[in-house]
Design a protein around this ligand. Structure first.
Ligand SMILES: NC(=O)C1=CN([C@@H]2O[C@H](COP(=O)(O)OP(=O)(O)OC[C@H]3O[C@@H](n4cnc5c(N)ncnc54)[C@H](O)[C@@H]3O)[C@@H](O)[C@H]2O)C=CC1
Ligand SMILES: O=C(O)CCC(=O)C(=O)O
Length: 410
């Protein structure tokens, strides 16, 4: 059981890793949070654990791995903000077990990824990566062979979520036909149609673009057999996660010219920083566009993400609101003027709520307002009381069996 008492804003520590946009710092400071440390890179291992020992709010992007071990070493951690879409780098169950709420930015870089994918599709269809590489070496590949317009081609989108659907709309505007595969039935936008299976899509698409999250079910989903099922001369684009494509199988298909080209933004192993060497079997293949996980790296997206996630952290810190948390029960809370707000995070097992309310009865504390939300593992009960009774209530609440974390907001 962890007990955390809320502090004055000036004592609450934020640590932002991986070059999070200054818009986040500006918003935090404008909201009264002055202790904001910003580091340009990711942290790992003992260094990460040591840094987290006295941190209350942590901001990361896709590189920092937050494991159960890391959460166990972060007793004061209240919330984590993933300043990106993917949350696969966070052990969300472990975070919940430690009473740490997690937030992300589900839409702020969607458009940036979709635009990059379309640009890459056009460049690959024209053989630009190879022609560009040859020109840099003094070559001159002026030919129309294997160069095609994008108009009239079929784009196969695997994962028709926010990015897949946005890409679908943009692709149709360029005159493409869109077929998609998703594990759930989705509303097809425009003239797009849902394939009955991944294999059906692979057999029809001139360009296959992957937009699934990292999950056990998506791991290595594009292996040797799936790549072989693609049309001869097709193109593969992966701006989702590096574990979705068996990179050696892709390299073999490209070397044998079974595929026209590929654009890969994410890799099974990515360098930890811009100073580390990038190693991949795809290096040296001129018909492949290799980008350093920059699908969402535009000034617009990063500035928007900074604000979006910082706002979610501030709302949680200021008044306990968990709306759009990716691992916590969602509660949208009003302000609590003149009252103290008790936040109680507990295991969602029978009896805890009645024990919580017994605390107020036993101490004859009047409840001004109360809110409850649960998910399968965790219950989140928020109670507003008079300032004079909050200390005694907080102390008693922290002792309720099943408590994970309890805080007071002034
Ligand atoms: N390269 C980059 O910089 C970026 C990469 N991403 C990656 O893109 C992924 C997708 O982002 P969004 O579209 O916002 O996510 P989303 O959650 O809106 O959409 C994902 C879609 O994939 C579907 N899906 C899940 N498992 C599937 C399977 N086995 N087969 C087919 N479909 C499956 C889901 O039903 C959902 O419709 C993120 O999870 C993230 O990993 C996101 C932003 C930037
Ligand atoms: O920009 C980043 O750091 C990660 C982008 C990404 O992969 C995501 O948003 O899921």
């Amino acid at each position: 059981m962890t007990k955390t008492t809320s502090l004055d804003k000036g004592k609450i520590k934020f640590l932002l890793l991986e070059g999070i946009h200054p818009s986040a710092v500006e918003l935090l400071q404008a909201s009264g949070y002055t202790q904001v440390e910003v580091l340009p890179g990711a942290l790992e291992g003992e260094e990460l654990k040591a840094r987290l020992a006295d941190v209350h709010f942590l901001g990361i992007r896709s590189r920092t791995q937050l494991t159960a071990e890391v959460f166990a070493a972060a007793p004061k951690l209240v919330a984590v903000g993933a300043f990106c879409i993917g949350t696969n780098q966070i052990d969300l169950d472990a975070a919940r077990e430690h009473g740490v709420a997690a937030f992300n930015a589900p839409y702020s870089n969607t458009r940036s990824v979709a635009e990059l994918v379309l640009a890459e599709a056009i460049l690959l269809l024209r053989g630009v990566p190879e022609k560009n590489a040859a020109a840099h070496r003094g070559g001159w590949l002026k030919t129309a062979e294997n160069a095609f317009e994008i108009r009239g081609k079929t784009l196969g989108i695997v994962g028709y979520g926010s990015i897949g659907a946005q890409l679908s709309v943009l692709a149709e505007a360029l005159g493409m036909h869109v077929v998609f595969h998703d594990v759930v039935a989705k509303l097809p936008l425009g003239n797009a149609r849902q394939a009955r299976s991944l294999n059906e899509l692979l057999g029809q698409a001139d360009i296959v673009s992957l937009h699934v999250p990292e999950l056990p079910s998506t791991q290595w989903m594009m292996g040797e057999a799936e790549i072989a099922a693609m049309k001869p001369g097709a193109i593969l684009i992966n701006a989702s996660r590096g574990t979705v494509v068996v990179i050696e199988a892709l390299a073999a298909a490209l070397r044998e010219r079974r595929l026209l080209g590929a654009a890969i933004d994410v890799f099974p192993k990515e360098p930890k920083s811009n100073k580390d060497e990038f190693l991949s079997p795809l290096r040296g293949l001129d018909n492949v566009i290799l980008t350093p996980h920059i699908g969402g790296s535009t000034m617009e997206a990063q500035a928007n993400i900074g604000v979006e996630v910082a706002e979610k952290l501030v709302r949680y810190s200021d008044n306990g609101t968990t709306t759009r948390s990716v691992n916590f029960p969602e509660v949208a809370l009003p302000a609590h003027p003149g009252k103290h707000r008790l936040l109680h995070i507990h295991r969602n097992v029978p009896g805890v709520l009645s024990a919580v309310n017994q605390v107020f009865a036993d101490h004859r504390i009047n409840i001004a307002a109360q809110y409850l939300q649960t998910n399968d593992k965790v219950g989140y009960v928020v109670t507003d009381v008079d300032a004079a009774s909050s200390d005694v209530a907080h102390e008693a609440l922290a002792k309720v069996p099943g408590t994970i974390k309890s805080r007071v907001l002034f």
